[in-house]
Design a protein around this ligand. Structure first.
Ligand SMILES: Cc1ncc(C[n+]2csc(CCOP(=O)(O)OP(=O)(O)O)c2C)c(N)n1
Ligand SMILES: [Mg+2]
Length: 639
């Protein structure tokens, strides 16, 4: 017996039947399908979604309309992150520009290891009408289309030129999407003629299927090596990354830190692994770190990296782990990351790995003086945070005051969302996380324009899991201008997000970076052109009016009292609300005492650049490569 469906109908029916299970809990994997239609998908995937919506079957794949394909992928990635990768979206786009608009979103999802299934339309497989509208012809090969651009940003990529290819492609896509190591963007390019083609399918393809999310356990010998390294450490420091959160290992980490007294620092993706007031929490580490975490990192003889990929922000471009002979133990589900910094690799799920370490280290405690010092350093930093929240800059508030007010006036379980600009660094240092899923800063790709679309995805994830929590989207004027269109989608869907739109008339973050590198804030202010460059008056842009024109409620906040009042009103409202506030971009936030490697021109006519280059060379000399193999008690390890 077979079932006759088009290729697109088969895709939709298959997606509806996929489920995942972890720790005994099961749920449907696909929350729905985002889509913008054009000739490349309207009559294929579009028709299939319509047919299912009209079927009366309440398990049909829900359809969501976006404004911009990139934004739809961002919303999907944010959704998957908020759901700990246990649920995801598919995204359908037309052929050509609709498809390539998704490439940036795909890269973001893959960098952050977030599952999203991309279904770009593709040019005719039969070539019956080629070149079709929007087809980029390659004279060297008709087998190539713009969708080949997805290959380098996808974890799995396929093109369905014949219906028979679909079942194995779909199964491969699911294997990758649900694998904690492999996951990221998966692209199945669907030629527009093939989408509409009918085929007789084996009905087994559409049966309910459950994918079990793996929690690999550590290999005993690797565990023993890690335990030996920890036992002999004098000043150990844990660096908690996003893997801790995805694996839901927060409680295990909290218990482990309490029982061993090892301080815990957090990466951007790992922030929230511990509540900010846990006795062992020392906050953000690296280029945007706290003085507590960075001091401990610079003195540590052993770094225990858990679920981190050691980005340059985490390592302060390989300067923050500065002690002579510093060693690494890396607990990571991905062998690739576990082996970084010449570590003793402990390849395992974060929660399973922590449980195994805790079992082997029962009764062991780090040096009490080390533990006490970490707690004292963290408390010093907390006073710095309070001072940054409480300062009273006039006439315009400092960004740190805005962050402080949102932190203090939001509920402990609300979610803050951000991605690019000066705010991610400030949030990393200053935000007091009180909930393991309360901090959502996309800093793998740090993609301007992610913020509003991401906030929408987070809100959808909260609603789908019956959680009543507000979403605070922190967005700069530059990011807002780059992509604000999903405000319309929030209004359309009746979803409430609160957008804090921080107006500082340009790219303040890159301005400060530029100045520190001797490039004089070139090209970073939003100013009229004059004879001497972009240094005229401010542009007459009214972003508050713009947001209102998209259907959001807008509150223009005047000073800090006005801002606090706006926060309270936004909290009470049931509608998407934009709080527009002007800040002073020249007020710096507390210093991290850390470096970031951004090379400065080696030769220059500009005195500012020459000076910055000298400083760069000095800082660069502190960079370490961590290439020495792990050693035990000063002797070469046999392992
Ligand atoms: C898509 C994209 N383009 C460029 C950058 C580089 N970049 C990082 S932050 C930034 C400026 C952000 O401006 P804004 O949103 O106003 O935040 P502010 O720096 O003023 O806090 C730029 C251009 C980026 N991260 N993403
Ligand atoms: Mg700005």
């Amino acid at each position: 017996m077979t079932l006759e469906l088009t290729v697109a109908q088969a895709v939709v029916r298959f997606l509806e039947a996929q489920h995942v299970e972890r720790d005994g809990e099961e749920n449907a994997f696909f929350a729905g399908c985002w889509g913008i239609f054009g000739h490349g998908n309207v009559a294929g995937v579009g028709q299939a979604l319509l047919e299912r919506e009209q079927s009366g079957d309440d398990t049909h794949l829900r359809y969501f309309q976006g404004r911009n394909e990139q934004a739809m992928v961002h919303a999907s990635a944010a959704y998957a992150r908020q759901r700990d990768r246990l649920a995801a979206f598919a995204v359908t786009a037309s052929v050509g520009p609709g498809a390539t608009n998704m490439v940036t979103g795909a890269a973001l999802a893959t960098i952050n290891r977030l599952p999203v299934l991309l279904l770009p339309g593709d040019v005719f497989a039969t070539r019956a009408s080629n070149p079709v509208l929007q087809e980029l012809e390659d004279p060297t090969s008709m087998d190539r289309s713009v969708n080949d651009a997805f290959k380098s940003v996808s974890r799995y990529w396929d093109r369905i030129n014949r219906p028979e290819q679909l079942p194995s492609a779909l199964l491969s896509a699911m294997r990758v999407l649900t694998d904690p190591v492999e996951t990221g963007a998966v692209t199945l390019a669907l030629p527009q003629d093939v989408q509409a083609e009918a085929w007789e399918w084996d009905p087994g393809l559409f049966e309910r299927r459950v994918w079990h999310i793996a929690r690999p356990v550590p290999e005993p010998a690797a565990l023993a090596r890690a335990v030996a390294a920890i036992r002999s450490a004098v000043r150990p420091l844990i660096v908690a990354g996003g893997g801790v959160i995805y694996s839901d290992a927060g409680d295990a980490l909290s218990d482990f830190a309490s029982s061993t007294g090892i301080p815990v620092a957090e990466t951007q993706a790992g922030k929230g692994s511990l509540a900010f007031d846990h006795p062992q929490a020392v906050g953000a580490v690296g280029a945007t770190g706290t003085t507590a975490a960075n001091t401990l990192a610079s003195e540590a003889d052993l770094i225990i990296g858990i679920g981190t990929r050691y980005s340059d922000f985490t390592t302060a471009s390989r300067t923050v782990f500065a002690a002579e002979g510093v060693q690494f133990v890396n607990l990571n589900v991905a062998s690739f990351d576990a082996h970084k910094q010449s570590a003793r690799a402990l390849v395992a799920d974060a929660r399973e790995g922590l449980a195994a370490l805790a079992g082997s280290l029962e009764g062991w405690h780090a040096d009490q003086g080390h533990t006490r010092r970490a707690t004292a350093l963290a408390s010093d930093w907390d006073a710095v945070v309070q001072a940054a929240y409480d300062r009273d800059a006039r006439p315009l508030p400092a960004q740190t005051q805005i962050i402080g007010a949102v932190n203090e006036l939001s509920d402990p379980h609300d979610v803050v969302v951000c991605a690019a600009g000066s705010m991610p660094g400030d949030l990393h240092k200053l935000w007091r996380t009180r909930d393991r899923k309360g901090y959502h800063v996309e800093y793998g790709y740090s993609c301007m324009g992610y913020e509003i679309a991401g906030g929408l995805g987070v809100k959808m994830a909260l609603l789908d899991t019956d959680q009543v929590r507000d979403v605070w989207v922190m967005v700069g004027d530059g990011s807002y201008l780059m992509m604000n269109s999903e405000l319309v989608t929030a209004v359309q869907e009746g979803l409430k997000i609160i957008v804090v739109l921080v107006q500082n008339h340009g790219f303040a973050s890159i301005g400060a970076l530029s100045e520190s590198l001797g490039s004089q804030r070139f090209g970073t202010r939003y100013r009229y052109r004059t004879d001497t460059g972009l240094d005229g008056d401010r542009l007459p842009v009214d972003l508050a009016a713009h947001a209102a024109s998209l259907g959001a409620d807008v509150i223009t906040a005047d000073g800090m009292d006005g801002f606090r009042d706006a926060v309270a009103r936004a909290k009470e409202s049931t509608r998407t609300t934009v709080i527009y506030v002007e800040t002073d971009p020249m007020i710096p936030s507390p210093d991290s005492m850390a470096w970031w490697d951004v090379p400065v021109s080696a030769v220059s006519q500009l005195a500012s650049t020459q000076e910055a280059r000298l400083n760069y060379e000095m800082k660069k000399s502190a960079q370490r490569q961590h290439v020495t193999p792990p050693k035990t008690n000063g002797k070469e390890s046999k392992q």
